[in-house]
Design a protein around this ligand. Structure first.
Ligand code: ASP
Length: 322
C-alpha cells in the first residue's frame, strides 16, 4: 500500500455556506475529515488536521510548521503528501515549500472555490484528484504541485487569476505542467532544477510596491527611512520604473537593503533592456536584482528565505535568479 499523508489547513474547501445569510465560514468540524471520497485501491491515507484557518490568516509560522511536518514525513515512509489549503494564498505556501524542500517526494496542494455545501462544490473532486496525483510515480521530482480543476501546475509559476471561477489557477507564459483525466495523470512538461534553501525562520520586513504611471519616489523614500530588510518592486513592462523613484532606490541600496524587481505584466520575465532614466539597465547597474519568472508575492518569500540565510552580494543575486 502507498502511504499518503494528508494535511488539512483550512480554506473554502473546509468551509460551509450559511443557507440564510449566504456567508461562508469555517465549520466547527472540518467537513473534509469525514468526506466520502474514492481513492486508488493501493493508497492508504493518514489524515491530520494540522490547523484550520482561512488562507488570508496564513502566517510564516504556518508555512514553517507545514515544512517541518513534511520533513518529518520523509523518514516515515510516506510516498506522497496532499495539503488542502485556502486558495487566496495557496500559491505562496506552495512556493515556500517548493523553495525550501528539495526532496523528490510528491507534495500536492489543492483547494476549492466553492465551499462544501454549495451547489457545484469543487472541493471533494479536487481533493480526490490531488490524492491521485500524489500517489502517481510520475509526480516524483516535479517539485511542489497544485492540482485544481483537472490541471496540474508547478508551484513555482502558478498564480490565482480569478476571484470566483473554479478555473482560477493559471500558469502565465508556460501553462500547466500536466492534466488529470478520468483515467490518467499526464505530465507534459519537465521542471528545470533550481536551488533549494531551507530556513528555520522567516523573520524580517519585506514589503511589495507596485509601480504605476506618474509614480513619485516618496513611498520608497519613506520605506528607505524605515527598518525594512528588503523591497520587492513590481516594475513596468520589461523591468522599468518612473525616473522619480530612482534616487529613493539608490538610498535603499546604499543602506545595503536588497531591492528585487519583477514585472507587473502577467506574462514574460523582467530583464534589464532599456537604457533611459529609470530603465532596466540603469536599475541593474545600481544593484537592483532582477528575478527570474516569478511574481512579486513569490519573490518576496524567496527574498525572506535568502535574508534569513544571510545571503548577500553575488550569492544573493544567484539565488534570487535561480
Ligand atoms: N478566502 C478563502 C481562503 O483562501 C478562499 C479559498 O479558500 O478559496 O481561505
Amino acid at each position: 500500500m502507498k502511504k499518503i499523508l494528508v494535511l488539512h489547513t483550512g480554506g473554502t474547501i473546509a468551509m460551509k455556506e450559511d443557507l440564510i445569510t449566504g456567508g461562508v465560514s469555517p465549520d466547527v468540524v472540518n467537513p473534509l475529515m469525514d468526506a466520502e471520497i474514492t481513492i486508488p485501491h493501493d493508497v492508504e491515507l493518514f489524515v491530520e488536521d494540522i490547523f484550520n484557518v482561512p488562507s488570508p490568516h496564513i502566517m510564516p509560522e504556518h508555512m514553517l510548521l507545514l515544512k517541518n511536518r513534511i520533513l518529518d514525513a520523509h523518514s516515515q515512509q510516506f510516498e506522497g503528501i496532499v495539503i488542502t489549503h485556502g486558495t487566496d494564498t495557496l500559491e505562496e505556501t506552495a512556493f515556500f515549500l517548493d523553495t525550501t524542500i528539495g526532496h523528490k517526494l510528491p507534495i500536492v496542494l489543492t483547494g476549492a472555490m466553492r465551499s462544501s455545501n454549495e451547489l457545484g462544490s469543487d472541493g471533494l473532486y479536487n481533493f480526490e484528484s490531488a490524492i491521485r496525483v500524489a500517489a502517481c510515480p510520475e509526480a516524483r521530482g516535479k517539485g511542489v504541485l497544485i492540482v485544481m480543476n483537472d490541471e496540474i501546475h508547478s508551484a513555482r509559476y502558478v498564480t490565482k487569476t480569478h476571484t470566483t471561477n473554479v478555473a482560477t489557477f493559471r500558469t502565465p507564459t508556460l501553462g500547466p505542467i500536466g492534466i488529470v483525466t478520468k483515467q490518467r495523470i499526464l505530465f507534459m512538461q519537465e521542471l528545470l532544477e533550481t536551488e533549494h534553501l531551507d530556513t528555520p525562520r522567516m523573520d524580517g520586513l519585506i514589503p511589495i510596491v507596485k509601480a504605476y504611471a506618474g509614480m513619485h519616489g516618496d513611498l520608497i523614500t519613506t520605506l528607505a527611512q524605515s527598518q525594512i530588510d528588503g523591497l520587492v518592486i513590481e516594475a513596468l513592462g520589461a523591468g522599468n520604473l518612473p525616473p522619480d523613484t530612482v534616487p529613493a532606490i539608490q538610498q535603499l541600496l546604499e543602506k545595503k537593503v536588497p531591492v528585487v524587481l519583477v514585472s507587473r505584466c502577467f506574462n514574460g520575465i523582467a530583464e534589464p533592456v532599456y537604457e533611459y532614466k529609470g530603465g532596466g539597465k540603469e536599475l541593474q547597474d545600481l544593484g537592483v536584482i532582477f528575478c527570474n519568472n516569478i511574481n512579486s508575492q513569490k519573490a518576496r518569500l524567496k527574498l525572506l528565505i535568502a535574508t534569513n540565510n544571510q545571503l548577500s552580494n553575488k550569492r544573493l543575486t544567484t539565488f534570487m535568479q535561480s
